[in-house]
Design a protein around this ligand. Structure first.
Ligand SMILES: O=C(CO)COP(=O)(O)O
Ligand SMILES: O=C[C@H](O)COP(=O)(O)O
Ligand SMILES: [Zn+2]
Ligand SMILES: [Zn+2]
Length: 322
């Protein structure tokens, strides 16, 4: 089947109490690792491309890689989504250039301006059969080299969501409930220790999510910054010449719970980066003579595939839903 929008996927995910994985892609091995897992697990899939990915790999290369994945995986629905579209022009260029979904992220702008910009993108997108994700609230962390400090982040205000969705006509809404971008989502000081001595981060604001959902019944909610920062990969990185002290992510239990509620799209990028980097670092230490990129990119791709398989089956609940 050709690239699809997220409309049908979100409807089924909302009613079925699961979420679709939205994975960031930057090169061929990442596209292949993700799509091979989704194909084998019969999971609907969102592949997303950031401004940084377009700058790194080039729009055409990324679209063609995703189109190749669509040919290789005819049995699963795949959407191609622009992640964190910074302005109308970038969204327009992706809408004109083959994407089926775009995010306009004007969440750092004042409420009225966010509505204006989002509405303009929605009008153009809907005229072209493309769906739009918008955002209310500000996540902490790094995206496109912009670093939002924890003190500048803010939770979504539930009292704003109905007006925002009605006035903009957006198709899904990303909200801020305590997730953040990158591999350092919490400091150890913010965490407590459980009986096994493992750091447990402060809980997500499920009260905010529930209040939002009450005001927007049936409306798909999106969670950004939802990597769990698997500690086995952090350990592999640190034991093989890397230096990632205190990398902490979102506990999988919380993501599972969010997926059962109104969250229909869960964004994961950092975990893919960790899987790839850990595998390559270990490979270089174990095989110092290797210099053919295929020797280390092959296990890196396999690590991404197994990570994604785990997310689809054990976290998102979307395996078998294609
Ligand atoms: O939100 C994301 C992409 O938009 C990715 O978040 P992570 O950094 O937690 O993977
Ligand atoms: O939201 C952030 C995503 O992880 C994309 O990251 P990037 O801007 O470094 O490509
Ligand atoms: Zn944002
Ligand atoms: Zn994001």
């Amino acid at each position: 089947m050709p690239l699809v929008t997220t409309t049908e996927m979100f409807k089924k995910a909302y009613d079925g109490g699961y979420a679709i994985g939205a994975f960031n892609v930057n090169n061929m091995e990442i596209v292949q690792g993700i799509t091979e897992a989704a194909k084998e697990e019969k999971a609907p899939l969102i592949l997303q491309v950031s401004k940084g990915a377009r700058a790194y790999a080039n729009h055409t290369y990324l679209v063609k890689l995703v189109e190749a994945a669509v040919i290789e995986c005819p049995e699963i629905p795949i959407a191609l989504h622009l992640d964190h579209g910074p302005d109308f022009e970038t969204c327009k260029s992706c809408i004109d250039g083959g994407f089926t979904s775009v995010m306009i992220d004007a969440s750092s702008k004042p409420f009225g301006e966010n509505i204006e910009i989002t509405k303009k993108v929605v009008e153009y997108a809907h005229d072209h059969g493309v769906v739009v994700e918008a955002e209310l609230g500000t996540l902490a962390g790094v995206e496109d080299e912009v670093n939002v400090k924890a003190e500048d982040s803010s939770y979504t205000r539930p009292e704003e969501v109905e007006e925002f969705v009605t006035k903009t006509g957006c198709d899904s809404l990303a909200i801020a409930i305590g997730t953040s971008h990158g591999a350092y989502k919490f400091t150890p000081a913010q965490c407590t220790r459980n009986e096994q001595g493992i750091l447990v981060p402060p809980p997500l604001r499920f009260d905010v999510l529930e209040e939002v959902s009450k005001r927007l019944p049936g409306f798909p909610i999106v969670l950004h910054g939802s990597s769990s920062v698997p500690q086995n990969f952090v350990k592999m990185i640190n034991e093989n010449g890397g230096k990632m002290p205190d990398a902490i992510g979102i506990p999988e239990d919380e993501l599972r719970h969010a997926a059962e509620l109104s969250v229909c799209k869960i964004n994961i990028d950092s975990d893919l980066r960790l899987a790839m980097t850990a595998t390559i670092r270990e490979h270089f230490v174990q095989h110092p003579g290797d210099f053919d990129p295929r020797q280390y990119l092959k296990p890196a791709r396999a690590a991404i595939k197994e990570l994604v398989r785990h997310k689809l089956i054990d976290v998102l609940g979307c395996a078998g839903k294609a």
